[in-house]
Write a protein that binds this ligand. Structure first.
Ligand SMILES: Cc1cc2nc3c(=O)[nH]c(=O)nc-3n(C[C@H](O)[C@H](O)[C@H](O)COP(=O)(O)O)c2cc1C
Ligand code: SF4
Length: 464
């Protein structure tokens, strides 16, 4: 990066393209406003305040920015869903719950560059007409909450928040709200319920799409931390210029969080679709551990379907169809979807041949059984059954037909619930059974066919 030095051992890899993480691990950098201002901070806000509100949304639409929180929904398009004849207050919520396993990016922004987020949020609030905004920070990030609160006070003192920001006539207050400590608090409608002081029970969509009926049933824009930071840079460089980074329909940069069986796990900001899975594993992360072979990758946070290392993936149709190995898959939203998974929140979990797929699936199922909010029967009961069945598989107490039952349970959750947690918890099981069926069956015992069910039934009957 021109003119910027990074702390020793924390230098970005040559294949990175740092925009959002430009200041992370930067030598001489601190989260204070003076440092931010010396670096040209809040210049983009000043520029935005001189623009028409609709023009800001137009730039964000032109940029092609897709949400970095998981679903990859176009950000500018989401902003236009606020009803045009709306007379209620509009709210903006920054989703800083960062609860998807395998994802660890937003926390660095909150800790090291909070003003970048505040600037992005303020521009977004100006564009959508929100005078009140919240940063919903994961309960487990107490230090981040303190740092962001201090940054908000600093921005206030310098006239970047509060009444009549920089003489523009625009008023905005941003409040930090500490999360309630559950994965489901990251789901936008669960988050809104939690912010309203209730249990984070997700709302059904439709009708409760936040942009139409969100916080206090008023139009509410919910965006991820990383997404909102991009807004600042889009205003700085213009939507069209921004869209030149990344690839078509998958523009800009994104932060990948790589964990698991690689030499150097960590965070890496790359142009979307410009690096392949092979480059991520071999170059950015220094390769697999010595003597190990790649077995599988979960490419977009724990809810994403698993990709098998020895599979050939066909993407595109007709004359455009291409065959890819896992190593060739570009890290973008559309290709990942074409490969049967999703780029999700950017959490890439790498597994080598030392991993037991039964153990991995059981680990995931333990998490989802614990985190289901319990509102809908298929998710509440099914997530627990999936955990119990895989508990039996890893304990060597399952029969082969248990794997079919496991698959059936997952299929009966998927698409039958109030919120997308239903898919988040069933996709791991569905994909692991589809891709690693032989290995899972190999961990069961044919001689237990029928026997264990009977034993469990008897135990249950005895306790009645
Ligand atoms: C179970 C579940 C958990 C989620 N957790 C998060 C989270 O921790 N952070 C986040 O930004 N989005 C999370 N999301 C996605 C949000 O519902 C929402 O789509 C996102 O915050 C929108 O921001 P974006 O458009 O900028 O991506 C989660 C979704 C589900 C279904
Ligand atoms: S799908 Fe699961 S987490 Fe979502 S509302 Fe239903 S029970 Fe709750």
């Amino acid at each position: 990066m021109g003119g910027i030095t990074y702390k020793r051992g924390r230098e970005p890899h040559g294949k990175e393209h740092r925009v959002i993480f430009r200041n992370i691990d930067r030598e001489g950098w601190d989260p204070g406003i003076e440092t931010y201002l010396k670096d040209g901070g809040y210049d983009q806000l000043k520029k935005a305040l001189g623009m028409e509100r609709a023009a800001i949304t137009e730039e964000v639409k032109k940029s092609g920015l897709r949400g970095r929180g998981g679903a990859g929904f176009p950000c500018g398009v989401k902003w236009t869903f606020i009803p045009p004849n709306n007379t209620k207050p509009v709210y903006l919520i920054c989703n800083a719950d960062e609860s998807e396993p395998g994802t660890f990016k937003d926390r660095y922004i909150l800790h090291q560059d909070p003003h970048q987020l505040i600037e992005g949020m303020t521009i977004a609030c100006f564009a959508v007409g929100a005078k009140l905004a919240y940063i919903y920070i994961r309960e487990e990030f107490p230090e981040a909450a303190k740092i962001v609160e201090k940054a908000i006070a600093e921005a206030h003192a310098k006239g970047f928040l509060g009444k009549n920001i920089q003489g523009s006539g625009f008023d905005l207050e941003i409040y930090v709200h500490r999360g309630a400590g559950a994965y489901i608090c990251g789901e936008e409608t669960g988050l809104i319920e939690s912010l309203e002081g209730k249990r984070p029970y997700p709302r059904i969509k439709p009708p409760y799409f936040p942009a139409a009926m969100g916080l206090y049933l008023c139009p509410t824009i919910v965006n991820n931390v990383e997404t909102l930071c991009h807004v600042k840079h889009i205003i700085g460089m213009g939507g069209e210029e921004y869209a030149k980074t990344g690839t078509k329909n998958n523009t800009g940069t994104r932060i990948l969080c790589v964990s698991g069986d690689v030499q150097k796990p960590g965070y890496f900001e790359v142009e979307v679709g410009k690096v392949t899975m092979g480059e991520v594993i071999n170059d950015l992360c220094g390769g697999l551990k010595p003597g190990r072979e790649l077995k599988a990758v979960i490419p977009g946070g724990s809810s994403a379907k698993v990709l098998r290392a020895d599979e050939i993936y066909t993407v595109g149709r007709g004359d455009d169809a291409r065959k890819l190995t896992i190593w060739d898959i570009p890290m973008d939203f559309d290709t990942m979807a074409a490969c049967g998974s999703m780029a999700g929140s950017g959490g890439v979990i790498v597994m080598d041949d030392s991993r037991s797929m039964s153990w991995v699936l059981n680990n995931l199922n333990n998490f989802y059984a614990h985190e289901s909010c319990g509102q809908c029967t298929p998710c509440r009961e099914g997530s627990l059954w999936m955990k119990k069945i895989t508990d039996r598989v890893v304990a060597g107490k399952a029969s082969p037909s248990d794997i079919d039952t496991l698959y059936g349970v997952a299929k009966n959750i998927d698409g039958r619930t109030i919120c997308a947690f239903g898919e988040a918890c069933s996709w791991p099981t569905e994909s692991f059974v589809e891709k690693f069926r032989d290995e899972l069956i190999g961990d069961t015992k044919p001689e237990l066919e029928g026997a264990l069910v009977n034993a469990e039934t008897l135990t249950a009957a005895a306790s009645l």
